[in-house]
Design a binder for this molecule. Structure first.
Ligand SMILES: NC(=O)c1ccc[n+]([C@@H]2O[C@H](COP(=O)([O-])OP(=O)(O)OC[C@H]3O[C@@H](n4cnc5c(N)ncnc54)[C@H](OP(=O)(O)O)[C@@H]3O)[C@@H](O)[C@H]2O)c1
Length: 258
């Protein structure tokens, strides 16, 4: 039976994507580290929407995790026709404020695991002449972001990777979409030091369910890329014609106010 695999489905945008896909009749494979949360969500969604929901514990900081997840779905006879690379990590502060392993974990989850999962699941999708891949990138994909340097660079990779695959898969029945949310109210942007959650001046943070609804529509429509919300679209548009030195300078100024 065809299933939608969602990484990072235990909370935030991933949980809301699971809710939207289930509501639209898709059976699910939910992956993240917190198996208790995943099992509770799987139980809730399968009884609410009559879809099959499987929970699999997976820590994507492990270099073998993508292959293990692929092998597990194969062993269970699950056909993944939609892959959602949603799990992501964020490191805030100047490069040296976080230890090397923290940055390496970010690159493993945001870049390497997404690449490996796309590589693994694309082949069966191409053979079936049907499939969707949704990569959750960010508005930070569009410019360097000082104080979120490895995060923004990882999201730039994911956007570039997705757009390239969108072209490569044209006419195959498979589409690859990059979803680019701006700041969204989830645990990711909450700080534990008493400071307010991250936000952009004059731009409202979106809610995770709004991002998920737009993500679902963009993925099913096979769009190459979707920026969430009109305000975020306007912010990205405004950076398009800035010379590169101005773009990185302004980005640094704005990031200081996060
Ligand atoms: N929130 C924003 O402002 C924002 C803006 C733009 C883009 N995004 C992107 O949207 C995606 C979802 O972010 P979010 O805001 O929903 O974050 P979140 O609330 O922090 O949720 C992150 C999810 O990833 C999972 N995860 C964390 N570490 C993991 C690991 N090592 N292995 C496997 N799963 C792991 C978490 O589950 P467990 O802890 O159970 O593993 C959780 O389900 C990310 O790619 C993020 O970069 C977010």
């Amino acid at each position: 039976m065809a299933h939608t695999l969602i990484t990072g489905a235990s909370g935030g945008i991933g949980e809301q994507l699971a809710r939207v896909f289930a509501k639209n009749g898709h059976s699910l494979v939910l992956a993240a580290r917190n198996i208790n949360k995943l099992q509770a969500l799987a139980g809730e969604l399968s009884s609410a929407h009559g879809v099959d929901c499987i929970a699999i514990a997976s820590d994507l900081t492990s270099p073998n995790a993508a292959e293990a997840l692929f092998n597990e779905t194969r062993a269970r006879g699950v056909d993944v026709d939609i892959l959602i690379n949603n799990a992501g990590l964020l490191c805030e502060g100047p490069l040296q404020a976080n230890d090397l392993q923290t940055h390496m974990n970010l690159i493993q989850v945001n870049v390497s695991a997404c690449t490996a999962l796309a590589w693994l699941y694309l082949q069966p999708m191409l053979e079936a002449k049907r499939g969707r891949i949704l990569n959750v990138a960010s508005t930070s994909s569009f410019q360097p972001v000082p104080f979120l340097s490895t995060y923004a660079a990882s999201k730039a990779y994911l956007l570039s990777f997705s757009e390239a695959l969108w072209i490569e898969t044209r006419g195959t029945g498979v589409t690859v979409t990059a979803l680019c949310p701006g700041f969204t109210n989830t645990d990711m942007i909450n700080r534990d030091d008493g400071r307010k959650p991250m936000t952009l001046p004059f731009v409202r943070n979106m809610e995770a369910h709004e991002v998920a609804e737009e993500g679902y529509a963009a993925c099913m429509a096979g769009k190459a890329m979707h920026i969430n919300g009109r305000m975020n679209q306007a912010v990205v548009e405004a950076t398009r014609f800035q010379p590169r030195p101005m773009r990185r300078f302004l980005s640094g100024l704005i990031a200081k106010g996060f």
